[in-house]
Write a protein that binds this ligand. Structure first.
Ligand code: HEC
Length: 117
C-alpha cells in the first residue's frame, strides 16, 4: 500500500507541474508582452484622426495636402510638435496642433504609422 503511494506520487506531482506551466504560461506571456498601451494609443489615435483625414487622405495620396500615413512615429511627433511650437509655418496646422496634447500626438503617430502599411 505504502509502496503504491510512493510510486504514484512523483508521477502525479510532475503531471500537475506540467499542467500548471501549460495553464499559466500563456497568461504570463500575455501580461508581459501584450502591447496594452500601444493598443489604447492606437484606438485614441483613430478617434482623433477623423479630424485630420478630412484634409489628409488615408490612401496616402497627396493632392495639394501632403500624405501623413506610414511615417515613422518619431518623425510624425516631431513635425506636429513643431507646428504646435509655431516653428513650422502653416496657420491651419498650427491651430490644429495647438489643440493637441503630447499624448494625443503620440496616439495619432501610432495610428497613422500603422495605416501606411
Ligand atoms: C484643414 C485641413 C487640414 C487638417 C484638418 C489637418 N491638416 Fe495637417 N496639413 C494640412 C496642410 C495644408 C499641410 C501642409 C502644410 C505645409 O505646407 O507646411 C499639412 C501638413 C501636415 C503635416 C506635415 C506634412 C509634411 O509632409 O510636411 C503633418 C504631420 C500633419 N499635417 C498632420 C496633421 C494631423 C495629425 C492632423 C489632425 C490632428 C491634421 N494634420 C489635420 C492641412 C490639414
Amino acid at each position: 500500500m505504502k509502496e503504491t503511494t510512493a510510486r504514484t506520487k512523483p508521477q502525479k506531482g510532475s503531471a500537475c507541474r506540467a499542467l500548471r506551466c501549460w495553464r499559466f504560461g500563456p497568461c504570463i506571456a500575455t501580461v508581459l508582452f501584450a502591447p496594452q498601451v500601444y493598443a489604447d494609443n492606437k484606438a485614441l489615435g483613430q478617434y482623433l484622426a477623423s479630424e485630420c483625414t478630412s484634409c489628409h487622405q488615408l490612401s496616402g495620396a497627396s493632392a495639394g495636402i501632403p500624405a501623413i500615413v506610414g511615417w515613422p512615429r518619431d518623425q510624425f511627433v516631431a513635425v506636429v510638435k513643431s507646428y504646435r511650437a509655431k516653428e513650422r509655418d502653416n496657420e491651419v496646422m498650427r491651430t490644429i496642433a495647438s489643440r493637441l496634447t503630447d499624448e494625443e500626438i503620440a496616439a495619432l503617430a501610432a495610428y497613422f504609422e500603422g495605416e501606411g502599411k
